[in-house]
Design a protein around this ligand. Structure first.
Ligand code: ATP
Length: 363
């Protein structure tokens, strides 16, 4: 039985639909991220599950119980905000005890439950501190302890790590994932950061314009994007435009200047269709033009940037336009220089072509 079901959940504001028929089924103990750009509706969906926003239509079920119309405190969901939202005038102990006291838990049982919750976020012994005496990462862990202490069925996170610096954020991602596995609680996590979503989640739900684009494992989202939006949102995309050409070698995207890239998946496309073409920076191999092999595009290196573990090349394509290739510093491709004529190797399975919306086809 799924722990959480969103059934055609919809939120309409005047002249605007923030969530359009969102359906998801989250398994017991699963970690699911809602991922998408600003304004895609992810916070709206999370807040509907929390009971902070009333849906226009659709249903929310937790453990087969319809909670759509229940007030937040009767839903058995825990919510962790971006801003921690700790009570500043209460000790860490009292912050964590807050929800438990409202459940009528007191005395030794209360102390045990608070200590358990603090222990699970590795903050044992800090119950007497005030929130201001803690680092940002510690405060966020208190917020997590406070929300897991009442043993909710579902834990909801609203961009909980976005206030932390990069190093702490990486640490907390691992810590939260470990904690979630240990406690085994079903989790819905909102983020606009694809790396965070992919590294933490069992499955990722990509949203755009209030519509679910794809709900699948991180590997599937990355390697088999279901829509042009997902292809252009996940990884580091180069966006090109072209037209679909059909020849003896199979479907190809003909780009500006007449150069062609083979397209492996062209279902639903017809010859002459105007295309949006995505090729990820990290899927491109780069070599001197005289070593050209396989399918790809010719160009000249306009800029080379060393960025630690990676080397980035901005390449001016022979047919016009630019493309970025992102290669590992340790690889054989890292020593090319600006000005060199190069071949950008692109495999057919790495060319994501979708029909350009609103564009005319040319026969
Ligand atoms: P962000 O990452 O910026 O928080 P988000 O994906 O969480 O974005 P939502 O906050 O869910 O986006 O908002 C979805 C859309 O609904 C946005 O276009 C937003 O402007 C709109 N919206 C949100 N709340 C309201 C409201 N009370 N009235 C009208 N429109 C709203």
């Amino acid at each position: 039985m799924p722990a959480l079901i969103l059934d055609r959940l919809e939120k309409r504001y005047e002249g605007h639909t923030a969530a359009a028929g969102v359906s998801l089924s989250v398994k017991d103990g699963e970690f699911v991220s809602l991922l998408g750009p600003s304004g895609c509706g992810k916070t709206t969906v999370l807040r509907m599950v929390a009971g902070l926003i009333a849906p226009t239509s659709g249903r929310i079920l937790v453990d087969d119980r319809d909670i759509t119309r229940l007030p937040p405190n009767r839903r058995q969901v825990g919510l962790v905000f971006q801003s921690y939202a700790l009570f500043p005038h209460m000790t860490v102990f009292e912050n964590v005890a807050f929800g438990l006291r409202r459940q009528g838990i007191a005395g030794a049982a209360l102390r045990t439950r608070v200590e358990q919750a603090l222990g699970s976020v590795r903050l044992s012994g800090l119950g007497g501190r005030m929130p201001r005496q803690l680092s940002g990462g510690q405060q966020q862990r208190v917020a997590v302890a406070r929300s897991i202490a009442p043993r909710p069925s579902i834990l909801l996170f609203d961009e909980p790590l976005s206030n932390l610096d990069a190093v702490l954020r990486d640490e907390m991602q691992i810590e939260l994932k470990r904690l979630q596995r240990e406690v085994g609680i079903t989790t819905l996590f909102v983020t606009h950061d694809q790396t965070e979503a992919m590294s933490m989640s069992d499955r990722v739900c990509v949203l755009a314009g209030g519509v679910v684009q794809q709900f699948d494992t991180p590997e599937a989202i990355y390697h088999r994007p279901a829509t042009g939006f997902v292809a252009g949102f996940i990884g580091k995309p180069n966006r090109l435009q072209g037209r679909l050409a059909l020849g003896g070698d199979g479907p190809q995207a003909e780009l500006q200047g007449g150069h062609r890239l083979p397209v492996e998946r062209a279902e639903g496309l017809a010859a002459g269709d105007a295309l949006d073409v995505v090729v990820r920076q990290e899927d491109i191999s780069i070599q001197p033009l005289e070593d050209a092999a396989g399918t790809g595009l010719p160009g000249r290196i306009a800029l080379r940037s060393f960025v630690g573990a990676r080397v980035q090349y901005v390449v001016a394509l022979q047919g016009g336009g630019e493309i970025i290739a992102d290669t590992p510093t340790n690889g054989p491709q890292s020593g090319l220089a600006a000005g060199e004529e190069v071949w950008l190797g692109v495999r057919p399975q790495h060319v994501y072509a979708t029909r350009r919306v609103g564009a005319e086809a040319v026969a």
